[in-house]
Ligand binder design. Structure first.
Ligand SMILES: Cc1cc2nc3c(=O)[nH]c(=O)nc-3n(C[C@H](O)[C@H](O)[C@H](O)COP(=O)(O)OP(=O)(O)OC[C@H]3O[C@@H](n4cnc5c(N)ncnc54)[C@H](O)[C@@H]3O)c2cc1C
Length: 455
């Protein structure tokens, strides 16, 4: 039997692609879906902050479209930045028109300055997969002392002005640590570097070019990203997924999992989408040095403030807004009702703010809630506190994996130790990576192929 820990997208995709094999998915929560669950309260639907489906792999796209025929809405990005009391289109570096003149000038001069120097593409050494059949389990070797950090990368790519007015404050709020403690290897694909022509044009007028990796995406028409995991689970036999059933300990050597109800399951293979640090904590035969290594892995949590609001959105059509201002607790505002009207009752909309936090410097939920409401009023996203008819604060303790030196030093050792025992970490936190939903679906498919190749 294949024992699968976690019924998020990676676990469900693995179960789906292991069709015909004996497999069992064990999920701690009462519901499946993991991060792709949705919360429905008083007619409002909230995801665990914005969950927009970008698909690159044609076979995953075909599968996903088949899962919810006619159930998807195809959307074009409407993303913005709120800074210096002005709303400008995403990305900041290609759209400074409307910002104060001195800000624009600093950004342009800094960018022009980067053109006089060689670009710092972060030269991350090539990484071999730990197992050729699991191409996603690949980590670059530890950084050399002179490898550019994320901070170096920002300055080399965009210059001092863009760094000062957007990248440094925004990413400081996001990562909650000095940016020279973050390695540059996660960013290159996700942050677009416009050409000089686009930067100049964007300083004069709105740039209508589609920049970046996510200009188009899918979202469930009937509201709530949980339609995706539910439709995968619906295609599985009833007895494959067991909820309210947490793994409390694992003996990796014989792949024996003890569950919260006292029962025990043993797999010929165990697939784990649990956060890797959690898996290490509950693995009883993990050597002490690796247990210490696992404690060096870092991530930030996201605290979402979900608000149901009376009336139409102040900026109709805007789907999300980045907020670099350091005086504002959140770094992003989501406006899910712009994705589909099904997210809120008629005559209402929702606002979701995302606050990145680390437990050792957390001012607390009340402070974040009050700071959020004050900032939304000040910024004009809320007309009045009386319009707020529903509030819920939700914590996501494992939200963004931190890319740092420790990750590259310890991750290959940990992954290798589990793989050698027939325990395959997968998914966003299992592989301790920056993964989108599509990637987690791909992981599930690849571990199924890996199991087929082993047998
Ligand atoms: C704030 C935020 C915004 C995001 N936005 C997007 C987006 O817009 N687009 C996009 O494509 N992706 C987005 N993602 C990424 C996406 O959510 C993930 O890639 C994907 O959902 C991860 O699925 P997974 O199965 O790997 O992990 P998870 O969803 O974390 O699944 C792991 C499962 O393991 C379960 N579990 C934990 N401990 C135990 C235990 N001891 N025993 C049994 N079960 C256990 C959990 O309950 C969970 O169900 C976002 C992520 C975050 C954090």
């Amino acid at each position: 039997m294949v024992v699968i820990l976690g019924a998020g997208l990676a676990g469900l995709s693995a179960a789906f692609h292991l069709d015909g094999r004996d497999r069992l998915v064990l999920e701690r929560e009462p519901e499946i879906g993991g991060l792709c669950r949705s919360i429905r309260e008083h007619g409002f639907t909230f995801d665990y902050t914005g969950h927009l489906l970008h698909l690159r792999d044609p076979s995953i796209r075909g599968w996903v479209l088949d899962l919810l025929p006619a159930g998807w809405t195809h959307l074009h990005r409407s993303a913005w930045i709120h800074s210096h009391d002005v709303l400008t289109p995403y990305p900041f570096q290609a759209n400074t028109a409307g910002l104060p003149l001195d800000v624009r000038l600093e950004c342009l001069l800094g960018f022009v300055d980067t053109l006089r120097r060689p670009h710092a593409e972060v030269p991350v050494p090539a990484a071999e997969p730990l197992d050729p059949a699991l191409p996603f389990l690949r980590v670059a070797p530890p950084p050399a002392d002179d490898e550019p950090t994320f901070l170096d990368w920002i300055h080399a790519q965009f210059g001092a002005g863009f760094a000062k007015h957007f990248f440094e404050p925004y990413n400081g709020k996001m990562w909650r640590r000095p940016l020279d403690h973050v390695t540059g290897d996660w960013v290159s694909w996700s942050i677009p570097r416009p050409e000089l022509r686009d930067v100049l044009r964007g300083a004069i007028t709105a740039n209508d070019k589609a920049f970046g990796y996510n200009p188009d995406f899918l979202y469930p028409k009937h509201g709530g990203i949980d339609h995706l995991p539910r439709s995968i689970a619906a295609a599985l036999p009833d007895d494959v997924v067991r909820t309210r059933c947490a793994a409390v300990s694992l003996v990796a050597g014989n792949r024996r999992v003890t569950l919260s109800d006292g029962s025990v399951e043993t797999g010929e293979v165990v697939l784990s989408s649990l956060p890797l640090d959690v898996l290490c904590d509950l693995t009883v035969d993990l050597p002490d040095d690796l247990r210490r290594d696992a404690r060096r892995l870092s991530c930030v949590g996201i605290r979402a403030v979900n608000l149901g609001v009376r009336g139409e959105a102040v900026h109709p059509g805007a789907q999300w807004v980045y907020v670099p201002d350091e005086a504002v607790p959140f770094h992003r505002i989501g406006l899910p009702a712009a994705l589909t009207p099904a997210m809120a009752p008629a005559g209402h909309h929702t606002l979701v703010t995302e606050i990145s936090y680390v437990p050792e410097a957390d001012p607390g939920r009340d402070a974040h809630l009050h700071g959020t409401l004050d900032a939304l009023l000040r910024m004009g996203f809320l007309r009045s506190l009386d319009d707020v008819v529903h509030t819920r604060v939700v914590d996501i303790p494992h939200a963004y994996v931190v890319f740092d030196r420790a990750r590259r030093e310890v991750l290959p050792k940990l992954l290798r130790w589990f793989l050698d025992r027939g325990v395959a970490p997968m998914g966003r936190y299992g592989s301790w990576d920056y993964l989108a939903m599509e990637d987690s679906l791909v992981h599930g498919r690849q571990v199924a192929a890996w199991i087929a190749a082993r047998s």
